[in-house]
Design a protein around this ligand. Structure first.
Ligand code: COA
Length: 201
């Protein structure tokens, strides 16, 4: 999946040290929901082996155009009947690359993949109320809507914080001014529809 600045691809075994770094990064741990003890490389390897059979959770590496790994996104808890899933984005960026559009591009790219390739209708995620970069990326720049607020739901840095529930429908995504740039064309370039001959259908 190609965005404007990023590319999403499957996680390979060679990515596990990067995934471990991302998972254990202190700043990222303070910004995202879901708490756990730091993970070892051995735990990452065990996760990787079981994840190969998992059809309901898919993690994707985010690369820049130079093919350097810069983060992770994916679809979790995919509900194939009701056609929704949880998504998230985590980037490990140097200070000079923060705020350069990688995060928003990754969100738009994973939305387009979910809505037009996987066939989902709704994506959702949660944002701690002090995570302005994430709130801006999803809600102000990518068409996501606030759907609810859980009061004092997340314990971080010795204090409980409110948690926003945010969601995006396919039509919310399509209403974003440049959404069309992310939507794959219906027919691959260079191919035409073959009209049925009389009597064939
Ligand atoms: C949230 C995150 C993905 C944003 O990535 P990014 O590449 O820095 O963001 P972008 O450059 O695409 O910016 C998107 C918007 O957020 C704004 N933004 C980025 N960093 C910001 C900051 N520190 N403070 C305020 N706004 C910020 C940008 O200005 C931009 O809005 P604009 O176009 O109106 O100026 C990244 O910071 C991250 O990985 N955070 C930690 C994990 C996380 O919070 N994930 C989301 C929870 S699921």
């Amino acid at each position: 999946m190609e965005g404007k600045y990023v590319r999403l691809r499957a996680v390979e075994e060679t990515d596990l040290p990067f995934c471990q770094l991302l998972y254990n990064d202190l700043e990222l741990r303070r910004l995202v929901v879901g708490w756990d003890f730091p993970v070892s490389l051995a735990q990452q390897k065990r996760w990787f082996e079981t994840s190969q059979q998992d059809r309901n959770n898919i993690r994707l590496i985010i690369e820049n155009k130079e093919k350097e790994s810069i983060g992770l996104t994916g679809l979790w808890d995919i509900d194939w009947h009701d056609r929704h899933a949880l998504t998230a984005v985590k980037l490990l960026l140097s200070d000079e690359n923060k705020g350069k559009g990688y995060g928003r591009d990754a969100v738009m790219t994973v939305c387009a993949y979910a809505f037009f390739e996987v066939g989902l209708f709704r994506l959702w995620t949660t944002i701690i109320n002090y995570n302005a970069p994430s709130f801006k990326t999803y809600v102000e720049r990518s068409g996501w809507k606030v759907e609810g607020l859980l009061r004092q739901h997340v314990f971080r840095n010795g204090k409980s914080h409110d948690l926003y529930y945010v969601g995006c429908l396919r039509e919310d995504f399509l209403a974003v001014s440049d959404a069309i740039d992310y939507v794959p064309s219906e027919i691959p370039a260079g191919y035409d529809i073959i009209p049925p001959k009389e009597g064939q259908v």
